[in-house]
Ligand binder design. Structure first.
Ligand code: GDP
Ligand code: CO
Length: 440
């Protein structure tokens, strides 16, 4: 894969947010032919071998809820062979047990491809109990089940991923209609995580287009409506903390498809429902955006020479191509990468778009990083949109403790002993008693 240059533009404390990079070639010449990983122009080339090595260390979590089996099967077909799949389902389990059908689809896929995978249901009472006893009672409702919501499903996926010993986690929606897009997302995850210099890195996908059908014609809309609004407010927030105004730095506030190092993911507080994606970015800034020399400041303001951290808006030059050498400098890197394939997914209607937007804006409103004046401006915007009544405060999303605070030994013991929905599919070459997860 060939990506456009990583431009290390903005540093907020220890957080480096890179402007969007393009995928230039989905498949590029291997490094044995072209040994230079970074070209003079700054393009990053990641060979097939290097992508495969990262994918061998990556878990892909698919959160699903009542998608068609054929769509899920298509998504599975797009996930590169080295990645370990974990499905977290919140599908109906009535007379027509959708979950049982998903288990069959995954089992069949694993048998055909000789791949290993895991699946679990979100309303598994024993899984909820494992979370409660392992130190995350916040995730469990008074009915004894894990709360519904995409964020909650992603938390379950991350806890399981942590038990696999793999280094990276990526998230892919189950309602992707185009398996080729899924394949590109996973390659981009691997390429971005390879290219990132820091062991604390996140790659967020900015899809090329989100096609809609209007008047019988396909329109390749560039931005979803909710994304446009959430990104705009994200950028307003960041511009409170920088002298290098870039009102379009954040293009992935709502990125459903994204990946990160588990080293980073396990430290983040995650939000429930659809607030999870914008809140991940916000929480990175809340935790790592502080300047060590200015403890009072919520985010360190970026200005040349300030507190040892500098914005570096320069594009890599011929004289000094950036290297891909890893360094544990404590920087958290956020890459935003625009894919080539369109994001074709199930359209869930106007109400759904509004809900996503509202949940994104709510976390921005409540963040301690948001200055008072901006908060008031945001509340006014939400009132004008009829999302808030005059003077009403937006509801606060559920914010969970970091998954890394779980007692993983307790979680593993209870889950493997008691869970009724958790299934693992092994390859024929693995002993029948083998497990994809282990007690840490
Ligand atoms: P959008 O694509 O951002 O508009 O959001 P979607 O509603 O399509 O959700 C993205 C993915 O998350 C889909 O695959 C959904 O099935 C899944 N999802 C949404 N809510 C839940 C939930 O409560 N639990 C689980 N397990 N998955 C969910
Ligand atoms: Co969707």
């Amino acid at each position: 894969m060939r990506l456009g240059p990583i431009i290390p533009c903005e540093l907020f404390g220890r957080v480096q947010i890179c402007p969007v990079q393009r995928v230039i070639e989905i498949d590029s010449t291997s490094s044995t032919v072209r040994p230079v990983p970074v070209t003079p122009a700054g393009d990053v080339i990641i060979s097939i071998e290097e992508l495969a090595a990262i994918q061998q260390q990556m878990v892909i979590v698919i959160a699903c809820m009542n998608e068609d089996d054929s769509v899920i099967e298509g998504v599975l077909s797009g996930i590169p062979g080295g990645c370990l799949v974990i499905i977290v389902s919140n599908s109906d389990r009535g007379l027509d047990d959708k979950y049982a059908a998903e288990v069959r689809v995954l089992s069949q896929f694993c048998k055909e491809t000789q791949r290993a995978a895991m699946i679990i249901h979100q309303q598994d009472l024993e899984a909820a109990d494992a979370f409660r006893k392992a130190g995350m009672p916040e995730l469990v409702s008074s009915a004894g089940t894990i709360y519904p919501g995409k964020g909650e499903a992603m938390i379950i996926g991350m806890a399981l991923a942590a038990l696999t010993g793999r280094k990276y986690i990526g998230y892919v929606d189950a309602d992707n209609f185009v398996p080729g897009s899924v394949n590109e997302y996973c390659k981009v995850f691997a390429a971005g995580l390879y290219a990132a210099k820091s062991p604390r890195a996140m790659v967020r996908i900015s899809w090329n287009s989100k096609p809609k059908i209007r008047d019988g014609r396909i329109h390749f809309d560039k931005r979803g409506r909710s994304s446009r609004v959430v990104n705009e407010w994200f950028n307003k927030l960041l511009n409170e903390y920088t002298d290098h105004l870039n009102s379009e730095l954040i293009v992935t506030g709502n990125a459903g498809e994204h990946a990160m190092t588990l080293e980073l993911g396990l430290k983040l507080r995650l939000a429930g429902g659809y607030a999870i994606e914008p809140y991940e970015l916000l929480n990175i800034l809340e935790q790592y955006g502080k300047s060590s020399t200015r403890p009072g400041a919520p985010l360190s303001r970026v200005s040349t020479g300030a507190s040892g951290f500098m914005a570096n808006p320069s594009v890599p030059t011929m004289a000094s191509p950036p290297s891909l050498k890893r360094s544990d400098s404590g920087i958290v890197q956020v890459l935003q990468i625009q894919t080539r394939n369109p994001h074709f997914h199930e359209s869930k209607g106007e109400g759904h778009v509004r809900r996503m937007q509202l949940q994104g804006l709510n976390v921005l409103y409540h963040s301690p990083l948001t200055p008072k004046a901006l908060r008031a401006e945001l509340a006014k915007f939400m009132e004008d949109q009829d999302d808030l009544l005059n003077g009403e405060r937006p509801p606060c999303a559920q914010i969970y403790p970091p998954v890394g605070t779980l007692d993983f030994g307790v979680f593993f013991d209870l889950l493997t002993a008691n869970s009724t929905s958790f299934r693992q599919f092994l390859t024929a070459s693995m002993p029948p008693q083998a497990s994809l997860i282990s007690r840490p």
